[in-house]
Design a protein around this ligand. Structure first.
Ligand SMILES: O=C(O)CCC(=O)C(=O)O
Ligand SMILES: [Fe+2]
Length: 338
């Protein structure tokens, strides 16, 4: 089975995928195997972890179309968006950062995402690529809307600066991605570390590396894994109505630094050393959560105007009701059916 660098006109060879090497990760127990059968498509279940690691070493990325099952993607999307437009609800919710929506605490609300991120497949790839010790650094469900511009960059940095920390990132698509797709400069993980910065201009990439840029237009459920040293971006889309939904998580070999990881303890049915290190139990988690938002980064679009409008009407009606003489309230309540 090959990792598929998907340029605009690439087509998938199903036969190639079916012929995948049968070297799936070793399962600690049957339930882990059953969990993976629910998480992944049959084609993806036969992916060879050693092959993924080879691809990460050689090209800097591994990609597989439709890796997560439709049911797993549907559940994660539902978990991640339930509170999207609810303000002041006492539940885990996300933030808007201008032309993006982020829900960082996905491990607090999505058992399916917990199972994926701690699956034998994910741990097998992390161990094969990073060695014995690796830690989850950051994670997010995010939606990107048209008009957002992400410049070419690498992700081998701390929350503030460039750093030499080996790491990999998993991204899977929660919507079909025909535009605004992930792009990666093949092989750039081999030389970007020589430079002490992590951002690159569009001109630099266009002038020097246009033939090495791989574009990953793939359907919902597709997975990309990449070396954080590689130069990449999400291709910008101008159309304001465009939406791309994805999940991202970063794992690296520095186990004493991370964003704070908030997990629902209900999901942790087994707590061995590897899971404990991966989730950062008892370890410093001092990175600032990305992105940094405030009420001012919440766009006042049609949906938010409607949410705010209903809220204002409700509060004004309550205030008006409170000022009515007590004796009239029962009659009024009857009239409005409350
Ligand atoms: O969403 C993408 O395609 C890329 C995301 C990315 O590079 C990042 O969040 O650092
Ligand atoms: Fe990135």
């Amino acid at each position: 089975m090959a990792s598929l660098p998907l340029n605009a006109d690439s087509t998938f060879d199903d036969g190639q995928i079916q012929d995948a090497a049968h070297n799936a990760p070793a399962y600690a127990d049957l339930s882990a195997r059953e969990t993976e059968q629910a998480l992944f498509t049959p084609e993806f279940l036969s992916v060879d972890v050693g092959h993924v690691v080879d691809e990460l070493n050689q090209k800097g990325y591994f990609a597989f179309p439709s890796a997560l099952s439709p049911e797993a993607i549907e559940t994660i999307e539902r978990d991640a968006t339930e509170t999207k437009h609810k303000l002041n609800v006492n539940k885990v919710s996300g933030v808007f950062s201008e032309r993006q929506y982020y829900l960082t605490n996905l491990l607090a609300i999505s058992r399916t995402f917990y199972e994926f991120s701690t699956s034998p497949f994910v741990f097998g790839v992390c161990e094969g690529y990073l060695g014995d010790q690796f830690r989850l650094k950051a994670l997010r469900y995010y939606e990107t809307y048209g008009g957002h511009h992400m410049q070419w960059h690498t992700d081998n940095k701390t929350d503030r600066e460039f750093a030499h920390i080996p790491g990999i990132i998993f991204i899977f698509y929660v919507s079909d991605v025909e535009d605004g797709e992930f792009q990666y400069v093949e092989g750039s993980h081999l030389w970007s570390g020589e430079k002490a910065y992590s951002d690159y201009t569009d001109e630099f990439i266009a002038d020097n590396f246009s033939s090495s840029v791989k574009s990953f237009k793939m359907p919902r459920g597709s997975l990309v894994i990449y070396n954080t040293y590689g130069i990449h971006r999400a291709r910008p889309v101008a159309d304001k109505n465009f939406v791309r939904k994805s999940v991202f998580f970063q794992v690296d070999s520095e186990i004493n630094k991370s964003e704070p990881i908030i997990v629902n303890t209900e999901f942790i049915s087994r707590l061995d050393d590897r899971i404990s290190t991966f989730l950062g139990f008892g370890r410093p988690s001092n990175y600032e959560v990305f992105p940094n938002t405030s009420l001012n980064s919440l766009p006042l679009d049609g949906t938010m105007m409607s949410v705010m409008g209903k809220y204002m009407l409700y509060r004004m009606a309550r205030t008006a009701f409170a000022s009515i003489p007590q004796a009239l309230k029962p009659t009024l309540r009857k009239m409005i059916g409350r």
